[in-house]
Design a protein around this ligand. Structure first.
Ligand code: ADE
Length: 239
């Protein structure tokens, strides 16, 4: 992880499922802070853009050196060509397919930017894949990097506490999630769908699939356009 704000990642490494995965050694997160690769007494990492305009641009040298240090460390671990992902609104939009592709990698170098951008010459020396988490602009790449990391960590074998797996996550099958209920069975007069109370596993699975299909159809029909439907799914949609 190349970032000016490694401390922000405590949100990921100290809490919840991702925190437990880090503590259990399912993944290792290492940080390279461009500020540690500066040579002036102010530890400058940005400057005004050539051509004028608002905001600041991240200096090439500290970032270049930080990225080189990250790659050198990975090379020592036997990873010669790590994929380098730069979180940026200009990138390919993150989706579950990309998460499932990236989790296959033995290591990733994630680059989080700050300010208005990065001196373009960094990318000449370190070719990156740009990944966006959606069509809106954040103040830096750290939150997007944490979004990506969280999605990746869920896919690691053993990361989820329950007996199930990320294969049961919404989107893993290209559909939206079904509704969920827990005790009490009746809350302020609002009941629980009878199908969930029968103890019939096949019936419960059918009800959940039907709900998922219905929600996807209503809220995100674009997801169904990209996915073929099985006979069972088509029958459930007709019911
Ligand atoms: N940096 C700032 N905004 C971003 C976004 N939407 N996705 C990824 N990186 C970003």
């Amino acid at each position: 992880m190349v970032t000016l704000f490694p401390a922000l990642f405590a949100a990921l490494t100290e809490y919840g499922i991702s925190g437990r995965a880090v503590r259990n050694g399912l993944l290792e997160l290492r940080f390279w802070d461009p500020r540690d690769f500066t040579s002036d007494s102010y530890r400058t990492v940005d400057d005004r853009p050539f051509g004028g305009g608002p905001g600041m641009v991240m200096l090439a040298e500290p970032l270049d050196l930080a990225l080189t240090a990250a790659k050198t460390a990975l090379r020592r671990d036997g990873i010669a060509q790590p994929r380098l992902v730069y979180l940026s609104p200009q990138g390919r939009t993150l989706n579950q397919a990309l998460v499932e592709e990236l989790v296959q990698e033995p290591a990733l170098v994630l680059l989080a930017g700050r300010y208005e951008g990065i001196d373009e010459r960094v990318f000449a020396r370190h070719p990156v894949e740009e990944v966006s988490i959606g069509d809106y602009v954040l103040s830096g790449g750290e939150l997007p990097a944490m979004v990506l990391l969280d999605a990746l960590i869920r896919q690691l074998p053993g990361a989820l506490g329950h007996a199930g797996s990320a294969a049961e996550d919404s989107f893993a099958d290209g559909l939206l999630d079904c509704p969920h209920y827990t005790r009490p069975e009746v809350y302020l007069g609002l009941g629980t769908p009878a199908e969930l109370l029968t103890g019939n596993h096949a019936g419960v699975a059918r009800w959940r699939l039907k709900q998922s299909l219905g929600r996807t159809w209503q809220r995100r029909p674009d997801l169904l356009d990209r996915r073929s439907l099985s006979r069972e799914e088509l029958d459930l949609l007709d019911e």
